[in-house]
Design a protein around this ligand. Structure first.
Ligand SMILES: Cc1cc2nc3c(=O)[nH]c(=O)nc-3n(C[C@H](O)[C@H](O)[C@H](O)COP(=O)(O)OP(=O)(O)OC[C@H]3O[C@@H](n4cnc5c(N)ncnc54)[C@H](O)[C@@H]3O)c2cc1C
Length: 545
C-alpha cells in the first residue's frame, strides 16, 4: 500500500523526467554489479546537446555513456535557491530527453547529494571517466566540486572538466582575458555525434534518490508567465532576436514595456545552458556580415562579453558572494529595517516603476538590465539597506539566476565594489525616461490604471481632487511613498562621497568591473579576406563574400 502510494505520487508529480522505481523494487536488495566499464557525463548548467565538449569527448571514447543530472538537496537550503530554478531545469531536461528519444538515450535525474549518487552508480557499474563542464557557482557548489575531486581520485576515476563560455579556472587576473575569450568564441562548436552515443539501459531503483525530492515540491509545474524552456525555444528566441529585436536593441533596450521588441531574453537559456554563449556569439557574427544593424550586433556582442567578464571575476573572487569587494563599504551605517525591505519585496513602496518591477519579477522571473539596476539602487541608496539584504531575494526571483553575473552586478550597482562608478538612480526620473507612457507601470500596478502618464511617475504631486477623479486614493488604494526621495538621494550621495577618500586603500577586490581594451568582434577572415564562419550544426566552414 505504502509503495503503491509512493509510486503513484512520483508518477503524478514527476511525469516522465525522473526515474521511475518499480513497484516491487526493494532498496535492500544487493544490486548485481555489471562489470563492464562506462563513462558518465555529469550535466550541470549546460542542459543542451549542441556545443557540449564533455558530451562530445565522452562519445568519442566509445564506451557506453550514462548521462546524469543531480538535483542536490543541499542547494535547496541555500538562500538564493528557488523552486522556479528547478522548474526551469526540469523542463529543460524533459526537452532534452525528447530530443534524445531518437537515439534511445536518456538523461537520468537524481535527487541526492552528488557523492551519494556516484556511490550508487558504482554499486552496479564501473566508471572509467566522468566528463563535465567547469562550474562557476556559489561556494556550496565549489566545495562540492572539491569534494568530488577527492572522491574521484580515491575511486581511481578520471574527471575531465571542460571550460565553458570562455571562463578560465585558476587565473590570477584578467590581463589578456578578453583576447582569450574572443579566441574561444571563434573556435568551432563542440558538436557531439549523437548517432555514435552508446546507449546503456539504466534504472534507479533506490527510493532514497527520489522520495525526499517528491515531498512538497512542485517541480513539474511551470508558470505560463515564465519564458518557454529548452533548446528548441532557445533557438527560436535566438533567431527572433537576430532578425527583429536587434533593430531596436540599442535604442529601446532600457524600456521595460518594449523589452519583447528589443531585448534578447536569452539570459535564462544562457544561465542554464540551453544555449552556450559561443552559439549565440557565432549566430550573431553570421548575421552581422551583411546587416545594416552591424553596430547593434557589436554592442550586443560587447554586452555578451561583459556578461562573461562578470562570471570570470566571480570565478577569481568568489568571496563576493559574502563580502563587499570594497572594505570601505563596511563603514556605512545602514540599519536593517524590515518594514522597508518587505515593502520593496512586495512592490508596495509608493514608487510606481519600482513596484511594477518588483511585481513583474515575481510573476515572470524577468526584468531588463535598467530595471534591475533601479531596484537595487532603490534598496541600497534610497532605503539605505545593505546589499546583503536583497541580493538573495533577487537571485531567487530571477529565472536567469547566474551567480557570477548576479553578485558582481548587484554589488557594483550598490557601490559595494567601487563608489566612483556608482549611479544613484532617481526612480522618478528613470520612470519618466524608461516608461514614458506608463505601459509597464499600468500592466503590473493595476491600481494606477486610470492615472494619466503625465501624473503617474510622481504621485506626490497628485491633488486630492485628481485622486478622487482617477479613483485612486494614495495611502489607501496605493501606498504613499515610503521615503522622501529629496532627502534620501543627497544622503546616499554624501555618504558614498565620504567613502571615496579612503576607498583606494580599501578595495580588496583584485580588479574592478572595468572595461577591457576594445576587441574586434568582426568575423574571422580567411587568406582571401573572406569572412569565415563555422556553421552551427555541422562544423563545416562557410565562406561569406
Ligand atoms: C542587479 C543585477 C542583477 C543581475 N543578475 C543577473 C543574473 O542573475 N543573471 C543574468 O543572466 N543576468 C543578470 N543581470 C544582467 C542583466 O540584467 C540580464 O542579463 C539581462 O537583463 C537579461 O536580459 P536579456 O537576456 O534580454 O539581455 P539583453 O537585454 O538582450 O542584453 C544582453 C546582454 O547584455 C547585457 N546588458 C544589457 N544591458 C546592458 C547595459 N546597459 N550595460 C551592460 N550590459 C548590459 C546583459 O547583461 C546581457 O548579458 C543582472 C543585472 C543587474 C543590474
Amino acid at each position: 500500500m505504502y509503495l503503491t502510494f509512493i509510486h503513484w505520487t512520483i508518477t503524478k508529480t514527476l511525469g516522465n523526467c525522473m526515474e521511475q522505481p518499480k513497484e516491487n523494487a526493494d532498496s535492500t536488495d544487493t544490486p548485481v554489479k555489471d562489470t563492464s566499464m562506462i563513462n558518465v557525463v555529469w550535466f550541470k548548467r549546460d542542459l543542451r546537446l549542441e556545443d557540449h565538449a564533455p558530451l562530445k569527448a565522452a562519445i568519442e571514447v566509445g564506451l557506453p555513456v550514462l548521462l546524469v543530472y543531480v538535483f542536490e538537496p543541499s542547494l535547496q537550503q541555500s538562500p538564493d535557491w528557488n523552486i522556479r530554478h528547478w522548474q526551469f531545469v526540469y523542463q529543460s531536461i524533459e526537452d532534452l530527453n525528447f530530443e534524445l528519444e531518437d537515439y534511445q538515450v536518456k538523461l537520468h535525474c537524481f535527487h541526492a547529494e552528488v557523492p551519494d549518487v556516484f556511490e550508487y552508480i558504482l554499486k552496479t557499474h564501473q566508471i572509467d571517466k566522468v566528463f563535465s563542464h567547469q562550474e562557476t557557482g556559489i561556494r556550496l557548489t565549489y566545495d562540492r566540486d572539491r569534494q568530488m575531486q577527492q572522491f574521484f581520485e580515491q575511486k581511481d576515476i578520471e574527471w575531465q572538466e571542460f571550460e565553458q563560455n570562455g571562463i578560465q579556472r585558476g587565473r590570477k587576473n584578467r590581463r589578456g582575458w578578453a583576447q582569450d575569450w574572443q579566441i574561444f568564441m571563434k573556435e568551432p562548436l563542440a558538436t557531439p555525434n549523437l548517432a555514435q552515443l552508446k546507449a546503456m539501459p539504466y534504472e534507479v531503483t533506490d527510493f532514497a534518490f527520489l522520495f525526499d525530492y517528491v515531498t512538497g515540491q512542485k517541480i513539474h509545474l511551470y508558470s505560463k508567465n515564465y519564458q518557454p524552456v529548452g533548446m528548441r525555444s532557445a533557438q527560436k528566441y535566438l533567431k527572433a532576436f537576430g532578425k527583429k529585436c536587434i533593430v531596436q536593441y540599442t535604442t529601446q533596450h532600457k524600456q521595460p514595456a518594449l523589452s519583447n521588441q528589443s531585448n534578447s531574453h536569452l539570459s535564462p537559456y544562457l544561465a542554464w545552458g540551453n544555449l552556450s554563449v559561443r552559439q549565440v556569439y557565432q549566430h550573431c557574427q553570421q548575421l552581422m556580415i551583411d546587416s545594416p544593424h552591424r553596430a547593434n550586433f557589436e554592442t550586443y556582442l560587447h554586452h555578451l562579453r561583459m556578461h562573461c567578464q562578470c562570471i570570470q571575476k566571480f570565478e577569481m573572487e568568489d568571496y563576493l558572494e559574502f563580502e563587499a569587494g570594497n572594505e570601505a563599504y563596511l563603514q556605512l551605517e545602514q540599519n536593517h529595517k524590515n518594514d522597508l525591505l518587505e515593502a520593496w519585496k512586495n512592490g508596495q513602496t509608493g514608487f510606481p516603476l519600482v513596484d511594477a518591477s518588483m511585481r513583474c519579477i515575481r510573476q515572470t522571473g524577468y526584468l531588463n538590465f535598467q530595471m534591475r539596476s533601479l531596484i537595487v539602487s532603490f534598496l541600497t541608496h534610497h532605503l539605505w539597506q545593505s546589499w546583503h539584504t536583497g541580493v538573495h531575494y533577487l537571485g531567487q526571483q530571477f529565472l536567469d539566476y547566474e551567480p557570477g553575473v548576479h553578485f558582481v552586478r548587484f554589488q557594483a550597482q550598490a557601490g559595494a565594489v567601487d563608489t566612483h562608478k556608482v549611479k544613484i538612480l532617481n526612480p522618478i526620473k528613470v520612470s519618466k525616461k524608461c516608461d514614458p507612457k506608463a505601459q509597464f507601470i499600468k500592466k503590473w500596478v493595476p491600481e494606477l490604471k486610470n492615472i494619466p502618464a503625465g501624473l503617474i511617475h510622481d504621485l506626490s504631486k497628485m491633488t486630492t481632487i485628481e485622486q478622487i477623479f482617477y479613483k485612486c486614493t494614495i495611502g489607501q488604494d496605493y501606498p504613499a511613498p515610503i521615503i522622501n526621495i529629496n532627502a534620501t538621494h543627497p544622503h546616499a550621495k554624501a555618504a558614498l562621497e565620504a567613502l571615496k577618500k579612503n576607498e583606494e586603500k580599501m578595495i580588496h577586490s583584485i580588479e574592478l568591473v572595468k572595461e577591457q581594451p576594445s576587441v574586434d568582434y568582426s568575423p574571422l577572415k580567411d587568406s582571401t579576406n573572406k569572412a569565415v564562419i563555422f556553421s552551427d550544426k555541422h562544423q563545416r566552414l562557410t565562406i561569406h563574400n
